[in-house]
Write a protein that binds this ligand. Sequence first.
Ligand code: NAD
Length: 497
Amino acid sequence: MAVLEEPIKGVPLVKNYIDGEWVESKGEIRDVVNPATYQTIGKVPISTKDEIDTAVEAAKAAFPDWRRTTPVARARYLFRLKELMEEHFEEISRIQTQEHGKTIDESRGETRRGIENVEVACGIPTLMMGYNLEDIAAGIDEYLIRVPLGVFGIIGPFNFPWMIPLWSAPYAVATGNCIVVKPSSEVPFSQMKVAELVEEAGFPPGVWNVVNGGRTVVNGMLDHPDIKGIAFVGSTPTAKDVIYKRCGETGKRVIAQGGAANFMVIMPDCDVRATVASMMTSFFGNTGQRCLSGQTLIIVGEDDGFYKSFMGAVIEMTSRIVIGYGLDESVQMGPLRDKEKKEKVLRYIESGIEEGAKLILDGRKNVKIVGDYPDTCFLGATILENVTPDMKIVREEIFGPTMGVIRVKTLDEAIEICNENPFHNGDAIFTSSGKSAREFQYGVISGNVGINVGIVAPMAFFPFSGMPDSFFGILHTQGQEAVRFFTESKVVIQRWF
Ligand code: NAD
């Protein structure tokens, strides 16, 4: 099938969007590489400390007026932004595929999920409401209102370049704050598109800024006294040891969502056809680069016949996954984001084999790529069985298209394996038994639980939850919890004369 037209043309230099202006950075310039074609598609700056300071100053200066803009008026900007996002839906999706490598359908799904957060934030006049009580004492009433705090920093990972900053940004500005967004420097174009649409929607200068870069920008945010809080999504080492720790030291609010290594539990009474299909998206969707990806399959029961036929169907379907450039609509799995990420996954496959796992589908060999592309970042889906819970391929996040298979006798054992490894974000069970589903939901500590659903990605009006070692903070991104995070409660007591 033909490759769709690429929206990023030439090799454009990404600029920062500060105070309503497109500004060229003075920082070091790096290449942005399309992982499928392995061609340089753009240049991204690693912005300087001065540049993040300028953006924070602009956001601080914009705050008093933006805070006084009524919630209904702020919502109107978001309605306009949503309209523009719909108008540019296909272009936005193709940008993600071009810079990240995911398939166009995965990108379209991501675009939709991002827009849904803008839609939910459009309801801010209702979402932001407080509450009151008449007569807390005779003739005295008390009420609570939610007020914005000032400037927030929003930091994104590479794997969902469009959607993840939108888990926070629309709520932050809807509640009356001003923001500085730092996208992953590996995939800067999606948030540049957001900034273009923010500009077109007419947001006042300084309300929504984007500064590209790496650690210098993040550290600049963490150290800046005018940044009131940080909404971060990325790996656990950064979430825990950098963001959560430093925000604690400097007294900033924090959401720090980290990585994960998730479990999919298969009961022998599951609907095999539907479950196998769900396994494909769970383990291999987004080339396994999701914090909600399945990493370990736990098959419950001693029925060898069930095990063989289930795994037979999984292998058969997995072997048929079409690999290639995601802008070809026939492609079902794109490349890993870069060469280093592929090498990391290869090391995990090796470690699994060294620790005694048996390779039953080797994605390293004979990767058939549709089209004429270098195999630099491509890796086929890989399945290992005879896996045990203590192996590195279970305990650590692989972030690639691999499946490790464990067999256990009972559901209790499966739940124990999940909970012994607290580093998981979304676990799921596949069963037709309400009792097993209830036991699983009750027993697992994971923050996102799937029942016959492999990717437990909460809708925008629910929080994106997590659990120990994959989440740090109290409140989460998305929906009502994001509104709480970006506001402070102000309590007023009034005596009527
Ligand atoms: P990462 O932690 O390497 O980078 C995330 C962001 O932090 C980037 O913007 C990066 O520039 C910055 N950063 C990285 N190291 C830093 C440091 N030492 N100091 C300051 N800033 C630093 O994560 P990634 O590789 O971009 O993203 C993939 C990770 O994100 C995976 O672990 C995945 O599971 C996780 N993730 C989690 C969720 C969730 O909701 N829990 C969602 C998506 C992705």
